[in-house]
Design a protein around this ligand. Structure first.
Ligand code: NAD
Ligand code: IPM
Ligand code: MN
Length: 367
């Protein structure tokens, strides 16, 4: 039997720093659990532009289509701000999502016990929080046509188009209902059906799909009210399904419920392949964090937890995923903190590598 294959794309900024810690953990699973991956590494984002003049080389795109899963660090940075839009680092990531057809983006927001005091919200609001945002990832205003900057009379106009077909809404809704069935059987769909036709269609299709899931309690909320409710009492939610742009905003908001963007992983899943597993890309929700890049300050947990999601969703290793998640929980319980998880002066934060090593030690202790 061949080993499962994993393409690693560390990317820019803190991407390579956090990915170095994940590499140690992948090695640990090989050495201590006999779970060996065929790992290959390639470029995406600004570093790919530097080498190839494009943020995603066609060969890299082809490799991403072939492997069992892709693990990505982060892309972007101020060095690339003045590049033409078509070759910006972020375009590489968007191409991966689009061409792999990764329509269902799972962004869990889980409050680790040890961080309940750290959130900017009151402890009882976030303690024990465990919600899942399902963000549509391959359509909507990110990709709709027409788009561009055009001359109109004596000024320019910037245009993006929110566009959703019934089948696009249907498939992401089904993925959210399927998840809700495995969790608390509650799904809240968020759009702005009060002002957008795409929102009206979204609500209709989600309601229709809901008829196939009578056990799931379905509710609808306008996305602006949803943002308010997420900060007021987030534990009212179990699974949330929403479009590409609202999902981008709401998942960053949800990240802060858990304490830090540095803690939030994600899985971007497509339709099942021949082996029954979905096409998949795993990445932290955070970006390349140019303000702390190159200083050993980045929290590697979001990337480590993204690998845990890969173990669960791509490799059917749910128990090993839980082992890794519990190792992160144990490390936080021991008080190990990178700088983003500290608000008191006078405590020396753990470096990126120290946090990774602490997770390795907790994995050892789990055996
Ligand atoms: P960001 O997520 O990079 O940073 C926001 C803030 O969170 C910064 O203060 C940063 O230091 C902090 N932060 C983020 N991740 C952290 C971690 N692991 N540990 C500790 N602190 C962390 O968002 P931004 O500053 O808006 O964007 C920077 C660049 O990243 C932009 O080019 C943007 O387009 C890109 N970006 C990429 C992705 C991705 O690759 N998936 C996601 C978001 C943003
Ligand atoms: C994210 C990021 C991306 C997005 C950017 C970098 C393209 O913010 O993954 O949340 O907007 O989807
Ligand atoms: Mn985002």
């Amino acid at each position: 039997m061949t080993n499962p294959s994993l393409l690693i794309l560390p990317g820019d900024g803190i991407g390579p720093e956090v990915m170095a810690e994940v590499r140690k953990i992948i090695d640990w699973f090989g050495a201590r659990r006999g779970i060996t991956f065929d790992v290959s590494e390639d470029l995406v984002g600004g570093c790919a532009y530097d080498k190839h003049g494009t943020p995603l080389h066609d060969d890299t795109m082809a490799r991403a289509q072939e492997v069992d899963a892709v693990l990505l660090g982060a892309v972007g940075g101020p060095k690339y701000d003045s590049l033409d839009f078509s070759v910006k680092p972020e375009r590489g990531l968007l191409r991966l999502r689009k061409e792999m057809d990764l329509f269902s983006n799972l962004r869990p927001a889980q409050c680790f016990d040890a961080l309940a005091d750290f959130s900017s919200l009151k402890k009882d609001v976030v303690a024990g929080l465990d919600i899942m945002i399902v963000r549509e990832l391959t359509s909507g205003v990110y990709f709709g046509e027409p788009r561009g900057i055009f001359e109109e009379g004596n000024e320019r106009v910037g245009i993006n188009t929110q566009r959703y077909t019934e089948s696009e809404i249907d498939r992401v809704a089904r993925s959210a209902f399927d998840l809700a069935m495995k969790r608390g059987k509650k799904l809240c769909s968020m759009e702005k059906a009060n002002v957008m036709e795409s929102g009206i269609l979204w609500r209709e299709v989600v309601t229709e799909v809901g008829k196939d899931y009578p056990e799931v309690e379905l509710s609808h909320m306008y996305a602006d009210a949803g943002a308010m409710q997420l900060t007021r009492w987030p534990k009212q939610f179990d699974v949330i399904v929403t479009d590409n742009l609202f999902g981008d905003l709401l998942s960053d908001l949800a990240a802060m419920l858990t304490g830090s963007l540095g803690m939030l992983p994600s899985a971007s899943l497509g339709a099942p392949m021949d082996n029954g597993r979905p096409k998949a890309l795993y990445e932290p929700v955070h970006g390349s964090a140019p303000d702390i890049a190159g200083q050993g300050k980045a929290n590697p947990c979001a990337c480590i937890l993204s690998f845990a999601m890969a173990l669960r969703y791509s490799f059917d290793l749910g128990d090993e995923a839980t082992r890794l998640e519990q190792a992160v929980n144990a490390v936080l319980g021991d008080g190990v903190r990178t700088a983003d998880l500290l608000n008191e002066e006078g405590i020396t934060p753990a470096t990126t590598a120290e946090m990774g090593d602490a997770v390795l030690a907790a994995l050892d202790a789990s055996l």
